[in-house]
Ligand binder design. Structure first.
Ligand SMILES: Nc1nc2c(ncn2[C@@H]2O[C@H](COP(=O)(O)OP(=O)(O)OP(=O)(O)O)[C@@H](O)[C@H]2O)c(=O)[nH]1
Ligand SMILES: [Mg+2]
Length: 200
């Protein structure tokens, strides 16, 4: 894998210093409401992830469309945070965004210093990830689109998703299962490789 240039994040625990040559990358996991962002961060994280879930209420019913995720009872109101080591000298710090439009203001905070993003998509509600795609394209933040195959349904090929989202050539599209650690890890490796290929 080509080397990735980044500002190393220093371990700020008392007495702890970042080993030389150690790199930590800040990455976002973004996408529309209920596509599985919190699930992905949780399944790949090797630390107990930070979650900021609040219950979905009757009052939010007209606003929060639960089509396809009828069993969903909570929503992320600030962020998810998790960490995964890909190698001894490379760790990923994952920040999951809230999915609802009313929490958009949090995205700018979370995106500061991010080197790349996963845009999670649900092909049953593909249009819900347009906003995330636009967000990262307009800020020049490299991203991959990961299609979360709910119930194992591979209803669209990566090529069809790429065309439907009108992605720039070279933007990777992968199919995944957000509940699977291996699948989530593959998505993250695809993103790190995509970031590493970008000219510095
Ligand atoms: N069947 C199936 N269910 C999934 C999958 N991924 C997530 N879910 C379920 O879908 C629902 C939504 O998952 P979350 O991870 O909370 O989604 P989110 O994108 O973080 O949601 P918000 O933060 O509210 O935008 C939950 O009930 C999950 O258990 C999947 O791959 N397959
Ligand atoms: Mg969430």
């Amino acid at each position: 894998m080509a080397s990735v240039h980044s500002e190393p994040l220093t371990d700020r625990r008392p007495g702890a210093g970042a080993p030389s040559g150690f790199t930590a990358l800040k990455l976002l996991v973004a996408g529309g409401f209920g596509v599985g962002k919190t699930t992905l961060v949780e399944s790949v994280s090797e630390i107990r992830p930070l979650r900021t879930e609040e219950p979905l209420t009757e009052a939010s019913r007209p606003v929060d469309r639960l089509d396809g995720v009828e069993t969903k009872t909570t929503t992320t109101v600030a962020m998810d945070f998790g960490r995964i080591s890909l190698r001894d000298d490379l760790a990923l710090y994952l920040f999951g965004t809230p999915g609802q439009d009313r929490f958009w203001f949090v995205w700018d905070e979370l995106a500061t210093g991010a080197l790349g993003a996963v845009v999670l998509a649900d092909t049953r509600r593909l249009a819900d990830c347009f906003a995330a795609v636009d967000y990262f394209e307009s800020r020049g933040i490299p991203f991959v689109v990961a299609v979360n195959c709910f119930d194992g349904v591979r209803s669209h090929t990566p090529e069809a998703v790429s065309r439907a989202l009108d992605l720039a050539p070279g933007t990777p599209v992968v199919l995944c299962d957000a509940r699977s650690r291996e699948s989530g890890k593959d998505v993250l490796i695809t993103l790190v490789e995509h970031v590493a290929r970008r000219p510095v």
